[in-house]
Design a protein around this ligand. Structure first.
Ligand code: HGY
Ligand code: MN
Ligand code: MN
Length: 436
């Protein structure tokens, strides 16, 4: 893991070796305690740590359990009441003066993609924890209760679709559907949730929320390329996940003449090449990705007869998402016919584009101004649990830059100053929302 000595900038502490790119945070008037926040981020980054400086914490694995247990211990140390629901979503609650009022929520996720980054998700959960620790330090009460959330299975690669825990919580996905999901090895979601001991009793169902805030790295190049410190996220792209299977005929790679072949890999390859051209036909911000691919028998001298690949496509215009799906299906059927293959297109999940709440976005703008941080409006092309929280109450997100905009990779990195600034904006905004 790349580490650098932490400049003794905060409280004059001696150098501490941490895995973050560090910059002097002396110049920031922070509400939060940057040392304590960094230590928690650093300790969480060790859970499922990979040699390349990232984390491997697929949902409901032992590493996910370890992260949950660590978070639960910190929640208890902070004197919060921990509630775990039927999907394993974790809600750490700090009482409010009017404790019956719908809570002000803030959170994100502790699961990761395979060999992902150590900030994706963790930043939002641990920044929310740091805000509550700061309110405790300052003995500040809030009108509303505050709930920090660690959502189950935000990422999705093991048990698609992504944002599963928040999707069930918002009533968009049925609990039983989630429970019966199976991973590539046939393990069932419910069995894994019980195995790690996080199948809670609290109902995983819609309830009123006063507001929801999520701090996250941008995972894209806009903020870092423009030198802007805070992204005020006003909405989130819709995304659709499909799995396409093409079946042909297994045969010998030698004696089978080319005109007699039904090669599933050729049909899939031509379809994938066609998919790559679709975003350019629709919109500069339209994106499409083939991320999963499997074929059988995967033998050098056998014509492949069975190929499955995923398609992930996103935009903030629902009509373009519909058109993209039509074009993808058209390409798959065309190439299947050309190679005399069977083709099956399966829905794996998705979510619709959603505008966040303008009043919450305005609070983020105001507190960023107050603190003297530059900011700009933007939409998120990455999926986040805020998408489903927005169905239950006023929601918006705070983005901060990450190095080169890179994410879902062990190279994911950020300047410590940006992490602190994001946490500071979350503190100021959550404090306001919880007293509103
Ligand atoms: O896929 C996404 O955008 C999110 O990281 N789960
Ligand atoms: Mn994330
Ligand atoms: Mn992610």
């Amino acid at each position: 893991m790349r580490t650098r000595d932490y400049e003794a900038g905060v409280n004059g502490r001696e150098s501490l070796r941490i895995p973050f790119r560090t910059v002097n945070v002396r110049g920031l008037e922070l509400l939060i305690n940057p040392d304590r926040f960094r230590r928690s981020m650093e300790e969480m980054a060790r859970v499922g740590a990979t040699k390349g400086g990232g984390v491997n914490r697929l949902t409901l694995t032992d590493a996910d359990k370890q992260a949950r247990d660590l978070f639960a211990a910190w929640v208890s140390d902070a004197g919060l009441e921990l509630q775990i629901d039927e999907m394993g979503n974790m809600f750490a609650r700090r009482a409010g003066r009017e404790d019956e009022a719908p809570p002000s929520m803030a959170g994100s996720h502790l699961d990761s993609v395979p060999n992902g980054g150590r900030f994706d998700g963790s930043l939002g959960v641990l920044a929310a924890l740091e805000v509550v620790r700061t309110l405790n330090d300052k003995n500040v009460s809030t009108r509303r209760p505050i709930e920090i959330v660690n959502w189950t299975n935000e990422e999705g690669p093991r048990f698609p679709p992504s944002m599963l825990g928040s999707g069930v919580f918002a009533g968009a996905i049925a609990l039983d559907t989630a429970y019966e999901m199976k991973d590539a090895n046939g393990a069932r979601f419910l069995d894994e949730l019980e195995r790690i001991g996080y199948r809670g009793d609290a109902p995983c169902a819609p309830r009123p929320i006063g507001s929801y805030l999520e701090l996250h790295i941008e995972q894209g190049p806009a903020l870092v390329s423009e030198g802007v410190q805070v992204g005020v996220v006003e909405g989130i792209f819709g995304l659709t996940w499909l799995r396409v299977t093409m079946r042909g005929e297994r045969d010998h790679a030698g004696p089978t003449p080319m005109h007699m072949r039904r090669d599933a890999l050729v049909g899939a390859a031509r379809t994938i090449a066609a998919i790559r051209e679709i975003p350019g036909k629709l919109h500069p911000e339209f994106v499409a990705t083939v991320g999963e691919f499997s074929l059988s028998p995967n033998a050098i001298n056998v014509i492949p007869d069975d190929v499955t690949f995923s398609v992930d496509f996103r935009h903030n215009d629902p009509e373009l998402l519909t058109e993209a799906r039509r074009l993808i299906e058209e390409a798959a059927r065309r190439e299947a016919e050309r190679e005399n293959l069977e083709v099956e297109i399966q829905d794996v999940g998705g979510s619709t584009p959603t505008a966040f709440d303008e009043s919450v976005a305005q609070v983020i703008r105001n507190v960023s101004e107050e603190a003297g941080y530059s900011h700009r409006p933007m939409w998120s092309a990455a999926g986040h649990d805020a998408r489903y929280a927005a169905d239950l109450g006023p929601t918006a997100m705070i983005f901060v830059p990450c190095v080169a905009g890179k994410s879902h990779s062990e190279e994911e990195d950020m300047d410590w100053e940006d992490a602190c600034r994001g946490c500071d904006v979350l503190a100021r905004a959550l404090w306001k929302m919880a007293d509103s």
